[in-house]
Design a protein around this ligand. Sequence first.
Ligand SMILES: Nc1ncnc2c1ncn2[C@@H]1O[C@H](COP(=O)(O)OP(=O)(O)OP(=O)(O)O)[C@@H](O)[C@H]1O
Length: 366
Amino acid sequence: MTEEEHNDKLPQVGEIIASRRQHYEAMKLLGKGGFGAVFHVRRVADDAQFAMKCETYDVKKQVLTMDCKVLRGAYMIRSPHFCTVLDRGKVHERFRFLIMKLVGKNLWELRIATPTMRFSLNTSLKAAEQSLMSIEDLHKVGYLHRDIKPGNFAIGMECNQEQQIIYMLDFGLCRKFLGDQTHKDLRMPRASAPFRGTTRYASLAALRQIEQSRKDDIEAWLYMVVEWTAGQLPWRKLKGSDKEDVLKWKEDVRSGEALDDFLTDCPKRQFTAIMQYLDSLVYQSIPDYDYVYYCIQHACRVNGIDPTEPLDWDPTRLYHGPCRADRDKRGEETSKIPADSAAAGAATKSFTTDNDAAGSKKKKVA
Ligand SMILES: Nc1ncnc2c1ncn2[C@@H]1O[C@H](COP(=O)(O)OP(=O)(O)OP(=O)(O)O)[C@@H](O)[C@H]1O
């Protein structure tokens, strides 16, 4: 199938797309990938705005089912860092779609729009904490992201007063690392795992084509946080295909002058501590997220950062983004709900009230 034929299958701006219950108008293309596209849509009945992720029928690797599973899991633990899914459907022989919460700019766009191409240390550290909470939540649900990068985190919409919340996006490369209900243990690592992710942020293990685990999402997170803070990574000029060279560079920045260069303008002691801690982990390790938060908090303290200091993209409002205390409280509440009961029921209901091929069709996930 040619690209043109593929594009013809996708919605056109202005087209009305129907699910079983609702009609949506495609307003604007937000992004396009190999899987299909994401559109800003309007619900015709009440003008409410959403994002619609479409996946054409001809894609080699289906991603929408994974998006659905992950978002359902995140909904069940009430994580504030994931978009809620409101509807889903299909357009015969063209595409399947998912209607979800509309969010704002991603963290890549926000950084490159700044005059110095970097965030203030205050913003970097606050964004670091929130994005790490989203990774921890994803791991709680049993999935690895495997493509942690700034383009996969976005802020909430200003019109909803949600621009202090960071959302995790794009679960197309996720992999379940825990077994199913009866086999809850860690899955056996494969002897060799084809590369998944984005070279610039990929962990050492990912670049070495070793099976990834929780530590690797956090290692990628650290490269992303360094880029936010320093405004660049030493290997920024290398291409996605230069995996060997990027790997060498990442091995190099573990010590000496290369480490100093890597962590220019960063809280060096705390970021080094995080990197050394991550390097001490193995495939089976359950990361000590609290230790990583502690290092971030410590970096805030020694740099005199106030917990309510505003974010770069929301300079007039004191910061009151989701914090770890809220999360711990939520954790206590959700742990009171027996698994497979109320929360699961509610979540499933919100996902199954509409027709969907992606949900009902049995499919092997990545
Ligand atoms: N819920 C949403 N609200 C607003 N924009 C969104 C939403 N979900 C995704 N986007 C935007 O749509 C674009 C593509 O989304 P997504 O990351 O899911 O697909 P992708 O093509 O696999 O991405 P990539 O290949 O760049 O990782 C991104 O620019 C993202 O910021």
